[in-house]
Ligand binder design. Structure first.
Ligand SMILES: [Zn+2]
Length: 268
């Protein structure tokens, strides 16, 4: 195993039957949570995925939208409560661009009790990253970059494991012509695909600056990505989503396609 993707949630911003898209990357060095979803449902979602709150010491937040950042506020509260109860949970580092760090600071200041906000400033390290920042988390190199979102400043990253395998995360952005050159050489790509192209009139992805399975599959083929993991999708028909999306993707893409559901673990 080089790494494992543990899907905490796979839904879009307004999921009906799943949690917002967020996932844990587990490597030999440890765990990193990418995004936190939009609320206190994160506690149940991580529990269902077999992860304990006390195991999370690194959280990467891609952008400030509600469905990615607000779950982190709850996780911070959870960790503060554990420390108040005398439970040792270790340090918590949160990585995000300046908008993410400012938003977290402000939300915690405005919504926490003064005592809890004091504990937040003492126990949580906000690490501000920008386009082209490099980080070493769990002994793994992480190179950050702007994912060229038209919605909001959003930061993705390329993670290189000891064996040389490269994983690229684009947050909830899809693979587009704008960010295509940033994923060159990546083995596994995890990115957003809002719905099938066939269902674009129902879900209207382009109005929300999102893209379809077909759009991503065409570019992933061009970039010679080996493994394509699609998340941040509509969840009207979770039982059939995997089969339907795989069928559409395989018309344009010859690599391995993964359409996970919440709680699923993908081993690479
Ligand atoms: Zn989103």
């Amino acid at each position: 195993m080089n790494f494992e993707l543990i899907m905490i949630g796979t839904g879009s911003a307004f999921p009906k039957h799943s949690y917002n898209s967020c996932y844990v990357i587990k490597s030999h060095g440890g765990l990193m949570l990418v995004d936190a979803g939009g609320g206190n449902g994160i506690f149940n979602a991580i529990n269902e995925s077999g992860i304990k709150l006390s195991e999370i010491h690194h959280i990467f937040i891609t952008h400030t939208h509600t469905d990615h950042i607000l779950g982190a506020v709850w996780l911070i509260r959870g960790i503060i409560n554990m420390s108040k109860d005398g439970e040792s949970c270790g340090s918590l580092h949160i990585y995000g661009n300046s908008s993410v760090c400012n938003a977290l600071r402000l939300i915690c200041q405005l919504t926490f009790l003064a005592l809890d906000y004091g504990l937040f400033t003492k126990n949580v390290e906000l690490v501000e990253i920008s386009d082209e920042s490099s980080l070493a988390i769990n002994n793994t190199l992480i190179e950050c970059f702007d994912v060229c979102s038209k919605n909001v400043v959003q930061t993705g990253f390329r993670m290189t494991f000891g064996c040389g395998e490269k994983l690229v995360c684009l947050g909830d952005e899809s693979l587009t012509e704008d960010n295509l050159r940033k994923i060159q050489g990546c083995d596994t790509l995890i990115c957003g695909a809002f719905c099938r192209y066939e269902d674009k009139d129902t879900y209207k992805p382009y109005e929300k600056h999102h893209h379809t399975v077909r759009d991503v599959a065409i570019l992933a083929e061009k970039a010679k990505v080996k493994n394509l993991v699609l998340v941040h999708s509509e969840d009207d028909n979770l039982e059939k989503r995997q089969g339907l999306y795989k069928t559409e993707a395989s018309k344009y893409y010859s690599g391995n396609v993964f359409i996970p559901v919440d709680g699923e673990r993908l081993v690479f």
